[in-house]
Design a protein around this ligand. Sequence first.
Ligand code: ADP
Length: 168
Amino acid sequence: MSDGDRIAVCPGSYDPVTNGHLDIITRTSRVFDKVVVGVVGNAPRKAGHLFEPEERREFLEQALANNGVSNVVVAVFRNLLVEFAREHRAIAIVKGLRAISDFEYEFEMNQLNRKLAPEIESVYVIASPEYSFLSSTGVKEMAAFGGDVSDLVPAPVAEALAGRVKRD
Ligand code: ADP
């Protein structure tokens, strides 16, 4: 990596990572020189995480390595997103958009982030049709009732979900 590298940050809770997240990260990695996936350590929006931030980071790293995506690193962050992006010299924050409901939330966050860091551009990647109804929350609910999530998440995540549901 060199000084002129165009770096993007892909932030999220990733509790846990889904194939929809991996699709957005992979597509972003083809457009930027480097991608930093930021795992939110303590998301105020979503209380009650199922997986610890470090577990979520490991699932992401493993899945990206298996998919052969090499210009992506994963890091947990607990500070303001724009501060995290600045620390990594990112020029863009990239978010995936599934539906109008995502748009409303992202629209608000965009205005706030723009105010805090006008030099960092927010970029939106539209979900691939096969993943446009896929969310971490939905996957957790399906798994909680014994549903098969193997087509929706990487294999180690599906296994961990099944184990967690049995234990709880
Ligand atoms: P979730 O809403 O599934 O809990 P996160 O908060 O971890 O997701 O989201 C991280 C980013 O990934 C957000 O920009 C979110 O809009 C996006 N995203 C989540 N699931 C998908 C999907 N299936 N397709 C496209 N983007 C997605």
